[in-house]
Ligand binder design. Sequence first.
Ligand SMILES: Cc1cc2nc3c(=O)[nH]c(=O)nc-3n(C[C@H](O)[C@H](O)[C@H](O)COP(=O)(O)OP(=O)(O)OC[C@H]3O[C@@H](n4cnc5c(N)ncnc54)[C@H](O)[C@@H]3O)c2cc1C
Length: 412
Amino acid sequence: MAKTSQSVIIVGAGIAGLSTSFHLADKGVGKILLLDKGRVGDGSSSRSGAINTMMMATEGASRARGITFDIFERFDKILENYDFHQVGCLNLLDSRQFERARRLHPMHRRAGARFLVLRRREIEERFPDLRIGEDEYGVLDLRGGYSEPDRYLPALSAKVREMGVELREGVTIEEFLIEGGRVTGVRTRESGTLRADSVVCTVNAWANSLMAQAGQPLPVRNFVHERWVTMPLEHPPRLPATNDDARGVYYRPTEDDRVLLGTGAHEAVQIERPGPDFRLTELVPDPRSLPFIQEAVRGRLPLIRGVDIDYHRVGLVSYALDFLPNIGPVDAVPGLYLAVTFNSGGFGYHPVAGFLLAEYMVDGQTSIDASEFSPDRFLDFDTAGYLATTVTHGQMIRDHEARTALPVRKRH
Ligand SMILES: Cc1cc2nc3c(=O)[nH]c(=O)nc-3n(C[C@H](O)[C@H](O)[C@H](O)COP(=O)(O)OP(=O)(O)OC[C@H]3O[C@@H](n4cnc5c(N)ncnc54)[C@H](O)[C@@H]3O)c2cc1C
């Protein structure tokens, strides 16, 4: 691939920043500087459950997630010490949920998803550690699965370094440098002013601390989210990655024979606009989370009956008003690009986010219609007014469903 002379600064070395670096370097961009105020993966990336499906609420999002799977399948081959565990991603639904979900199946097939609708006996035969009710349905996304963030982050960091990306840790960006109406670099606390032709913002929950300063706040809210991991089991769990909507929980096996569990079913604590000095280590798990999960999986996962929880990880998930990511250029500030607000699905979105940004920046256009992710879709919206009000997560979901008649799929 021919080198281009463009220079790019990427702010935030989580999975979104790493993915953007990879795809820019893959397209021949020679000068890429990836910066983080902490260490690589210090944000939510190292805390992720890292479960993925491509069966999303819209066709655009489902197609985008299909590209994510292409990339994970490629990374499985080219990254040292990384495996994409393509064990399938099972969505468990009660009969009422299934009636709604199946209306999306023709769209999912158009978007290229390969999936099976399964009943109790078929599910228990495939995954003997699951117990399913007679009135429940499973939709198995055959390309779905999970990654282990603790192996993926070092593997992808090593790869981008090998491709020539300069990765600097401990550099806090205080603001974007805007001159003559366009972004020309960043002002940092530790390294002064750094200049580049373009700047990419991949700071997840910290987005508005930078975007508001640039006069471009986003209508987004951040919520605390935690996941739990059991002690090791006697045999590898015979489970797929599972979004168990029927019980309001998700779970998956781990590489070291444990079960990872989480929930988005309770009203999550909101953290308003974390500043650059905010660290996720300040967060504690919601005390309602573990008891809820344990009750929800009683009977569902007999293999973890009586097994203790070994550890947890807590992070922030960032939701835009319409529950879609923001990926693309910011028209009002030429040279500035975003890849943020991935909901609780950033592990599923970050590969395609980096891929699309590299297309925008090198080719000037994307190979799929990515307009539903454009940050400019909020141009006519009163973002300042929205951010000045108090809106809970539950209210966000109800408002969105009332506006669009689309169910919010809290999909990983
Ligand atoms: C408990 C939990 C479970 C999850 N489970 C799943 C799942 O199963 N499947 C799924 O798809 N998604 C899941 N997610 C969501 C997913 O993990 C996140 O969406 C994703 O990791 C976000 O990655 P990111 O690179 O955008 O942000 P982050 O990893 O948060 O990285 C942002 C980086 O920006 C840096 N930064 C911030 N401000 C500045 C600044 N001013 N200057 C310099 N650097 C800065 C931070 O230090 C941080 O490293 C989960 C999230 C959590 C918390």
